[in-house]
Design a binder for this molecule. Structure first.
Ligand SMILES: NC(=O)c1ccc[n+]([C@@H]2O[C@H](COP(=O)([O-])OP(=O)(O)OC[C@H]3O[C@@H](n4cnc5c(N)ncnc54)[C@H](OP(=O)(O)O)[C@@H]3O)[C@@H](O)[C@H]2O)c1
Length: 292
């Protein structure tokens, strides 16, 4: 298992690739543009041309006996994930990977009214985005049962890190829900997520699900205030939940109408992940330009 192949080699994929290479492994990745192929070649990742929306381009993927990291999102509409299903259909015994590690989302839990959520909490997606992720998970469970190849599912909340803070949204003055009504939000620093992906490749149990989170949820409004303070920007205006329902886009609304606290014990205990950033205080400080 010295070779890894990444489907969806964007920000987290490239962070994980670097860790994998540092440990002596080689990395290939599916790419759908010449620009991406060039940029990955520069960091010693071997690009293989393909597009998840063109199933005929997915035959003979060079993944035999490799760890297959699947980090691509489902399409932006519908209730299922045809990209994941096309990928699994294209795999044959001649190129079965050693295992698959998939980044899903904690959105599959739906609204839990602020309760703590473990991997035993039933999935109950409320948004189409969550339903699409659950469809991808279901496809992976079925594929594992058919093939016996281990799959590991990571349920991931909001990812933050250098270059991926909500700066534009704060500059635009988009409102947040006032703190007393704001839902819980859960986060993970991009570097900690990449390290968790590597741990899942090495130690994840077959067909297991792991919540990924820094274990210190705060309100979503607290997050925006902290980012604004960090960057020296005015804090966004706060409105009531009722007003937010009228002013926010359906996409943003789907985030604020779900509240849960993600328990990360299984990730820490079974995967042995020791977080670099166990909360926003240290994690956001590491996002400042002189730390990138
Ligand atoms: N943002 C969050 O807070 C959050 C929370 C939970 C889970 N996630 C999920 O975590 C995963 C990793 O995140 P990330 O930040 O690394 O994402 P990212 O930087 O956007 O990378 C996603 C990659 O998927 C590739 N991709 C998308 N559609 C494709 C297609 N049709 N064919 C082939 N490749 C395709 C993209 O290719 P190109 O390079 O060609 O664009 C990109 O390299 C994603 O699935 C994301 O949705 C994100």
């Amino acid at each position: 298992m010295n070779h890894a192949f990444i489907i969806g080699c964007g920000d987290i994929g490239q962070r994980a690739a670097k860790l994998w290479q540092t440990a002596g492994g080689s990395v290939g990745a599916l790419v759908r543009s010449i620009e991406r192929a060039r940029s990955l070649t520069e960091v010693n990742i071997t690009p293989i041309s393909g597009d998840l929306d063109r199933p005929d381009s997915l035959h003979d993927l060079p993944v035999k006996d490799s760890v297959l990291f699947y980090f691509a999102p489902p399409p932006g509409d519908g209730q299922g994930d045809p990209r994941m299903r096309a990928t699994l259909s294209a795999l044959t015994p001649s190129n079965w990977p050693a295992r698959i590690v998939y980044i899903s989302t904690t959105g599959v839990y739906g609204d839990c009214q602020g309760a703590w959520v473990t991997e035993e909490t039933p999935a109950n997606p409320r948004s189409a985005r969550g339903a699409r992720r659950l469809d991808a998970e279901d496809a992976l469970h079925d594929w594992h049962r058919t093939t016996g190849v281990p799959v590991v599912i990571l349920r991931v909340p909001g990812i933050y890190g250098p270059g991926r803070l909500p700066v534009e949204r704060i500059k635009q003055g988009a409102p947040v829900v006032r703190n007393e009504e704001s839902p819980y939000s859960n986060r993970i620093h991009a570097d900690d997520l990449a390290r968790t992906c590597i741990a899942a490749a090495k130690k994840g149990q077959a067909d297991a699900i792991y919540n990924v989170s820094d274990g210190h949820p705060t309100s979503m409004t607290d997050y925006f205030y902290r980012v604004a303070d960090l960057l020296g920007l005015p804090r966004p205006p706060a409105v009531s939940m009722a007003e937010a329902r009228q002013r926010l886009t359906p996409g943003m609304l789907s985030f604020i109408e779900e509240s849960r606290r993600i328990d990360n014990r299984k990730m820490r205990e079974e995967l042995g992940v020791e977080l670099l950033y166990s909360g926003l205080e240290s994690g956001l400080a590491a996002c400042l330009p002189d730390k990138t």
